[in-house]
Design a protein around this ligand. Structure first.
Ligand code: GLV
Ligand code: MN
Ligand code: MN
Length: 420
């Protein structure tokens, strides 16, 4: 597959443009899982699968799958997947580049009547981005049996229960108590994604080959104070939940900075979501809810961080006027990609004449969930200024096309290893 092929380049460009139109109009680029726009994008993708001659189906976890069966009789499958949902005001490439690249690979296979000794399944993994239910990677957690009854019965702020949403989109939440049968037949799970960082762009490298994905933990922090009149309650009589929260926000930031320097490994922590109640100018804030997002490549650093944060909260509870409660709402462990697949991706990039670098991911991905149960690996392509999760996110089509060629070469290399 030639990455300069004009028909592939215009295919990739067109599909990305099609999807970028399916956004909340007043908030580009927003396509939150289970929203109206998400359903529209799913219909679009289903018809793309059908146009390419793939059979379209939805699995129990709500993933939208396009399958191309091998002419050789086999149950073995190579999954190429990513996601088409976005964060609020997110970008046009995060997840989308991977789904479009997978479509382009299938187009090439079809046009050239190539037979591979395994089935190919293109996946739009359901709801990769963190959502209102406090959980990311819904579809891939579902595939590996990691959606617990507690997670499935969570409600979002509108009162919609996650289990019902999965069923409505065509899944079957009853079947998610154990890994889905497909897991047994997976030869490889492959994903192309934009880097969402600056390394490839700055070093002018075509392809990043992912070696590891950090653990991701999310905690809900509830700070309970006392609402009151902002004009009458004197400063030393207050239990201001927002003031106490600001102390936690600064503490978390400084703590993560220190630990990241000490450990010299990927370690970041963010408080990016906060609800203040009642959120009125003349009322002392009585309650704050916020989410801590923590990513770590070292378990020791994660434990150190949690120990110090818990001590801080205990101290504030003893000596302060607010009551603070912290609960873990999501966890995905640190994972390493399958070493053989990493090597094979390297070989694929070399054969395509692309420069490549083995690197660690900073972001979370569906491939991290799948790698817990199946051979999995992913590649990155450069994105402009490392910007992602924002409307400015941008990747050159030519760079996505290079990654697509490597993805296809990877299938050829896997075919070589698996020929009977
Ligand atoms: C996925 O987008 C993440 O938050 O890392
Ligand atoms: Mn993504
Ligand atoms: Mn994302």
């Amino acid at each position: 597959m030639n990455f300069r092929d004009k028909s592939n380049i215009s295919f990739i460009k067109q599909k990305i443009e099609d999807l970028e139109k399916l956004t909340d109009q007043d908030k580009p680029y927003t396509r939150i899982v289970f929203s109206e726009k998400f359903y529209e994008a799913r219909s679009w993708l289903k018809s793309e699968y059908q146009k390419l001659g793939l059979s379209a189906s939805t699995d129990e976890a709500g993933n939208l799958i396009g399958t191309l069966n091998s002419k050789t009789d086999t149950d073995k499958v190579v999954i190429i997947g990513s996601h088409i949902d976005t964060v609020p005001s997110g970008g046009r490439y995060d997840g989308i580049a991977g789904v479009v690249a997978a479509l382009c690979v299938v187009k090439h296979i079809k046009e050239n009547d190539i037979n591979l000794p395994f089935n190919i399944a293109v996946y739009d993994y359901l709801g990769e981005e963190l959502n209102d239910w406090g959980i990311s990677c819904i579809g891939t957690r579902g595939m590996i049996g990691a959606l617990t009854p507690e997670i499935l019965s969570r409600s979002n702020t509108s009162g919609d229960v996650l289990r019902d949403e999965i069923n409505k989109i065509g899944g079957n939440s009853e079947a998610l108590t154990k890994p889905l049968p497909v897991i047994e037949n997976i030869l490889a799970c492959l994903e192309l994604h934009i880097e969402q960082g600056k390394v490839l762009e700055q070093q002018k490298i075509d392809i990043g080959i992912v070696r590891s994905i950090p653990s991701i933990s999310r905690f809900n922090v509830e700070v309970n104070g006392q609402t009151g009149h902002s004009g009458t309650i004197l400063m030393d009589q207050r239990a201001d939940a927002l003031v106490a929260s600001s102390e936690i926000i600064s503490f978390v930031n400084k703590l993560a900075l220190r630990i990241s320097k000490e450990s010299n490994q990927h370690f970041v922590s963010t408080i990016g979501k906060i609800y203040v109640s009642p959120n009125a100018a003349a009322i002392i804030p009585g309650k704050v809810e916020m989410t801590i997002d923590l990513r770590a490549s070292s378990q020791n650093s994660r434990e150190q961080y949690l120990k110090e944060l818990e001590e801080k909260i205990e101290l504030m509870n003893k000596s302060g006027s607010c009551k603070i409660v912290m609960n873990n709402i999501a966890y995905a462990p640190y994972v390493e990609m399958n070493k053989e697949l990493v090597k094979l991706f390297k070989k694929s990039a070399d054969t395509c004449g692309m420069s490549s670098q083995i690197m660690d991911s900073g972001a979370g991905h569906d491939t991290a969930q799948l790698s817990r149960m199946a051979p999995a690996s992913m590649i990155f392509v450069p994105c402009k200024d490392g910007l992602s999760h924002c409307p400015e996110e941008y990747a050159e089509i030519s760079d996505i096309s290079k990654g697509t060629a490597v993805l296809f070469k990877m299938l050829e290399n896997l075919a070589e290893l698996n020929k009977s």
